[in-house]
Design a protein around this ligand. Structure first.
Ligand SMILES: [Fe+2]
Ligand SMILES: [Fe+2]
Length: 327
């Protein structure tokens, strides 16, 4: 006889962080269609061809990565959950990854011509260094024999590091008071990724603690090697996109800063010397996960608001981690 099927009970929570993350993510729910991107057209027409190319292709790259997350990432993580509530949180994340992937198309349809959009998608479906990222990560996701903790590592590296060479561009423009509505979409995505990376990293840390000392060391060795492989590829990708506008070194500083944050989410020591002080100040200001106030009924302002939300901090997680879930 097979085991009985178990109904999910939200009145009996095994891990308080599941519930807190669910609440956080549902509070900050948003949709791309409610951001008035067309208000950016005036700024867009003032950009030269090199910068327009950069914006379009950076978003092409981000589309591919969010596609990986929505199609393969969460499905992979859902195979090895600790609680039923974790499955529910991953379901929420999966849907939002589809919103993220779609939102770049909302930007394209406003700023780019149909021919330009076709070219961007041909590029993202074939560009070597971008495809490397998508393939290396999705290969780990889709290998059912792979260590589930490695799948979480791959997820956090994608969420907290590999997106950021792309996020740099809209954050840069935001810091220079250009393309604010486009940047608002990116900030909403970034706010989600920040919670996703912290949550998956936390689940990784719980799993790692249960392993023996040797296994823990092997996992650490593997994850630092994998991060270096991803970073070396990221250097090539960043040169390809940013050399024409001369921002490459600043972008790579930002990538290394976020690689350290990914390691922090996984409970590991930083790999690179770069800190927030090394990152271009206009970009670091844009990374704060608050969004500007937005009344979406009248489409005044360029933020987006649905309920009161504030950025998740490590202290929040530590507090929950120490809370007794039975209370
Ligand atoms: Fe995403
Ligand atoms: Fe995400």
């Amino acid at each position: 006889m097979s085991n009985n099927y178990k109904a999910i009970n939200w009145n009996k929570i095994d891990d308080a962080i599941d519930k807190a993350t669910w609440e956080k993510l549902t509070e900050q729910f948003w949709l791309d269609t409610r951001i008035p991107v067309s208000n950016d057209l005036k700024d867009w027409h003032q950009l030269d061809d090199d910068h327009k190319y950069l914006v379009g292709h950076v978003f092409g790259g981000l589309t591919l990565l969010d596609t990986v997350q929505s199609q393969d990432g969460m499905a992979s993580l859902r195979r090895h959950v600790r609680t039923q509530h974790e499955t529910a949180v991953l379901n929420n994340i999966q849907f939002m990854e589809s919103v993220h992937a779609k939102s770049y198309s909302t930007i394209f349809s406003t700023l780019n011509t149909p021919d330009e959009i076709d070219e961007i998608f041909q590029w993202s479906d074939s560009e070597e260094f971008l495809q490397n990222k998508a393939k290396w990560i999705s290969d780990i996701y889709n290998d059912t024999a792979e260590d589930p903790l490695k799948q979480k590592v791959a997820n956090v590296f994608l969420e907290t590091c590999l997106f950021y060479s792309g996020f740099y561009t809209p954050l840069y423009y935001l810091g220079h008071n250009q393309l604010p509505n486009t940047a608002e979409i990116i900030k909403l995505i970034l706010r989600d990724e920040s919670v996703h990376g912290t949550y998956i990293g936390y689940k990784f840390q719980l799993g790692l603690k249960e392993r023996g000392e040797n296994e823990q060391q092997q996992m650490k060795d593997w994850l630092y090697d994998f991060l270096m492989k991803l970073y070396e590829n990221e250097e090539k990708y960043t040169h390809l996109l940013y050399d024409p506008v001369g921002w490459t070194e600043d972008v790579l500083t930002f990538v290394r800063y976020n690689a350290n944050k990914a390691l922090m989410n996984l409970g590991q020591d930083p790999l690179f010397p770069d800190t927030a002080e090394d990152v271009e100040p206009t970009v670091i200001n844009g990374i704060s996960t608050t969004t500007s106030n937005h009344d979406f009924f009248s489409q005044v302002g360029n933020g987006y608001r649905l309920g009161e939300v504030e950025a998740m901090t490590n202290e929040d997680y530590e507090k929950w981690a120490n809370d007794d879930p039975e209370k």
